[in-house]
Design a protein. Sequence first.
Length: 399
Amino acid sequence: MMLTREEQAMLDGEHGPGVQKAMEIIVALARIYRAERLVPVASVQVAGVSYKNLGDAGIQFLEEWAEQGARVKVPTTLNPAGMDLDDWKEIGFSEEFAGKQLKVIRAFQRMGIMPTCTCTPYLAGNVPKYGDHIAWAESSAVSYANSVIGARTNREGGPSAIASAVTGRTAAFGYHLDENRISEHEVRVTAALDDYSDYGALGYWTGKRLKNMVPYFTGIRTATADQLKQLGASAAASGAIALYHVHGITPEARAKSMLAEDHETLEFGEEEKKSVRGELSGEVDLVVFGCPHASLEELKKIASMVSGRKLKAELWVTTSKPVKALAERAGLKKTIEEAGGRIVADACAVVAPVKSLGFKSIAVNSGKYLWYLTSQGYKVFFGDTEKCVQAAVTGRWEE
Ligand code: F3S
């Protein structure tokens, strides 16, 4: 494998122990995946931020690396944390959890990482360009960057993303290379895709079938950026899909042919759409929107649906801090709060210790929330946005 003079110097420890450790990780990965070279990255997004997942060993690891002089060389943002960093007390998180979570954030900040705490960094200032090599870790953001933006990233692990941020490099393999971005699986969509949840169902179904392949969707005439983020997030959750193309819509599929001549075809019709479902009926404690983190447009839609209604179940919309601030300015936060809901920034229902708040049954319109919350043992209801709002009003779900 070829290293430039600067890369070799980092590996030899000339830039200090923190950088050396980071370069050792990058080079080890390059060897495992038989990369011939490293490539400079334009930005990094780090996952593994919630204290719920990191524990004390994670804090110690981060603090030691920061102490060794690890500092980021490129714009680097953080995935959601285990709580809203400002409103945690009001929501009900314990002092003990908050203290540990804030320690995690301080260690990242010491390395120069921006505490954005969102899985939609592209809505919070970390926006790559078409063709940029990047090193992102959050699976839904990886999918969005690769597919909707046309940037190039593998799904990084927590330490490898930090190592890329500290060295400014990643190993050139996987989705950094043209040949791995071609699809061999057409998914012909004949079902109607109306609500956000329909894109979640399509992603969920596709991920379960194609695992870590690259699907090429045909039959989708239009899709908003929010619908595409839902499609990719759900496919990345039920499978490990990090890149997809939509014929005539996503940028690489518009620029050139991304479907191999010799390909398999699957069909996603109404029956397949109906097959993606959660529990059929029961009490609902919590309704959560915003997986991936809600855009301003989604918040506007949810605010208009709850406006003037009184909610029986708790309702959260999870989002990033900048989008929450805009929602506040636009009066959407007030509308949602008057109905009895709340906007939760920095966190989400999967990475926050939601069980400790007493919630057991959750209604969602996201295929990714459906996948993870089910695997965490909650009773999960899945349906379109209006049905979820209705469940928040009545406190019940009926199929
Ligand atoms: Fe984001 Fe949490 Fe969903 S990290 S994609 S809101 S599970």
